[in-house]
Design a protein around this ligand. Structure first.
Ligand code: G4P
Length: 531
């Protein structure tokens, strides 16, 4: 086996999708502890609790005590190299969160046992299913009150439309949690709140003999397992890999319970990097030359240097420090100097990287989201779509003397994908900005001021939804869609869009225009799919 083939085989790259407070930071930290990437619990949390006064994250992040942008971290476990793509863990949601999923080969869906499937999880899950990503579920916080496990499985199926297969099953619930029964290994993993370091596994009989569980626990477990056998889905790895069946694990991240077993099972089942689909077909990760695409641009990671880092997902071939590549959109050759990889809080210059890895490269202002870089000129990945914003405002330049700065900043930040811009049709042209989360507005205005010296204001407007419109092969006169409660506009790629005041307006519009399709993403075709 070639080096590239063996490196690809041992890579696993995933993002954790969850609603805030489900325990993503806690789970990430436990995973990193197993991988030896961090030594102290609390290291990842530090970002939230502002412990890192000297950290070089954006000032805004520090002010608000949150992580504005997502990053990637790598650790080793057994013979695997694991890349965790971190998605912001705050209430405000951004397009970055969605785009991170474009760089993942699988997703871990974290659910709070008491809350079930929550809103942000649903949105992120939809992106995973659009890409056909395998999704592994970890139901967290079993140590305290939670919904009935069967109810949780039903919720996953009803709300998300994916079938599930519990890999383990809780014994005792709601403060009487005794552990989980591993269905494949036929053993009990015992929950000991006093000792969260070691993994205690035993047969059910041993647990009964040692009075760790009662007859009642045993009988309940037997009837639950019988029910799962009769009414539940069968385990089918192919369906897992196609994103049609999610393996479900119960545990408690805070107590480090079930995390190691989850990690091991995940690593054994989850796919190694597969072929990304480019405009000219699937790109074999092993056989093809180096290629990758930019899924995120982070500005000012270090204010002292005012640098911009473009995050590349390596899709094929070997990446080496100082590699000269084609920047496909411009045809220019660029040298990828100072490539960096991220380990928890630190970043290190790296010598080489393989498919599945995330590399941060210095961006001299050339990169946009979705750009392909490749050592040969014939691979190009499609641009990722834009996702329908949910917050809108009219953008006003408050300092007309800084017209040039305003337009330069606006143009560059739109290119970077910080915010979406819509130009209205008919009447005086208005600039309407849209974002998936409110925080993107703050970041946008902060950066316009700090980096370009422009001052902007956001004026409230009544729109709550955006949909891209298509009508088969025939050109569409968007002005015709402009009725009460609807504004028609073009996005920054000149694609027609309608901005709507309420969901019922969309239903009405659809009824009146059955030939028109109203889309929640800017492109219909499968984007950055995997084969
Ligand atoms: P997030 O990144 O998804 O937003 O969640 P985070 O890990 O910050 O966890 C949210 C809260 O849930 C934290 O409590 C955390 O300790 C708690 N938590 C995580 N996993 C478990 C678990 O398995 N069991 C229980 N009982 N709690 C869990 P907090 O009080 O908000 O913060 P902290 O004071 O613990 O830092």
């Amino acid at each position: 086996m070639t080096t590239i083939a063996s490196e690809v085989k041992r890579r696993r790259t995933f993002a954790i999708i969850s609603h805030p407070d489900a325990g993503k930071t806690t789970l990430t930290e436990k995973l990193l502890l197993f991988g030896g990437a961090i030594r102290l619990a609390g290291t990842v949390k530090g970002r939230k609790s502002k412990k890192f006064a000297t950290s070089d994250w954006m000032e805004l992040e520090k002010q608000r005590g949150i992580s504005v942008t997502s990053s990637a971290m790598q650790f080793s476990y057994n013979d695997y190299k694991v890349n965790i793509l971190d998605t912001p863990g705050h209430q405000d949601f951004s397009e970055d969160t969605y785009r991170t999923l474009l760089a993942a080969d699988s997703a871990v869906m974290l659910i709070d046992a008491a809350k079930g499937v929550e809103a942000q999880t649903v949105k992120l899950f939809e992106v995973c299913s659009l890409r056909g990503l395998p999704v592994f579920t970890f139901i967290n916080k079993l140590d305290r009150f939670g919904k009935d496990p069967l109810e949780l499985l039903e919720e996953i199926e009803k709300v998300l439309g994916i079938r599930s297969y519990p890999m383990n099953w809780p014994v005792g619930m709601n403060y009487d949690f005794k552990g989980v029964y591993d269905r494949h290994r036929n053993r009990l993993e015992f929950f000991d709140k006093q000792d969260t370091q070691s993994r205690k596994t035993m047969s059910v009989n041993e647990a009964l003999e040692q009075n760790l569980i009662t007859d009642f626990h045993h009988q309940t477990l037997l009837s639950d397992l019988e029910l799962l056998e009769i009414a539940g889905d069968e385990y089918d790895e192919d369906q897992v890999l196609q994103g049609q069946l999610t393996p479900v694990f119960f545990g408690s991240a805070l107590n480090n319970f079930g995390v190691q077993t989850f990690l091991e099972e995940y690593l054994a089942i989850a796919p190694a990097p597969r072929a990304y689909i480019s405009k000219s077909g699937p790109v074999d990760p092993v056989e093809s030359p180096f290629s990758g695409f930019v899924f995120k641009i982070q500005a000012n990671m270090n204010p002292a240097h005012r640098d911009r880092i473009a995050f590349l997902r390596v899709c094929s071939g070997k990446f080496a420090k100082g590699l000269s590549v084609y920047h496909i959109p411009t045809g220019k050759t660029i040298k990828l100097a100072q490539p960096q990889q991220f380990f928890a809080q630190e970043r290190d210059v790296i010598e080489e990287a393989y498919p599945g890895d995330i590399v941060g490269v210095f961006d001299p202002g050339i990169f946009s989201i979705g750009d392909t870089v490749c050592t040969r000129g014939d691979i190009e990945y499609s641009k990722p779509p834009q996702f329908a914003p949910e917050c809108f405002a009219r953008l006003v330049n408050r300092d007309t003397g800084k017209y040039k700065q305003f337009h330069k900043g606006l143009h560059q930040l739109i290119e970077e994908g910080t915010i979406q811009l819509f130009k209205t049709v008919g009447g005086a042209e208005e600039l309407i900005v849209g974002a998936v989360g409110q925080l993107q507005f703050d970041v946008f205005s902060y950066r316009l001021r700090e980096e370009y010296g422009a001052q902007v204001a956001f004026e409230p407007i009544p729109y709550q939804m955006a949909r891209w419109v298509r009508s088969g092969d025939r050109p569409l006169d968007v002005k015709k869609l402009q009725v009460l409660g609807v504004k028609t506009a073009y996005d920054s790629n000149d694609q027609p869009v309608v901005l709507l005041e309420a969901e019922y307006v969309l239903r009405w519009l659809q009824e009146k225009n059955p030939q028109v399709r109203f889309l929640a993403t800017s492109c219909e075709e499968t984007f950055l799919g995997i084969s």
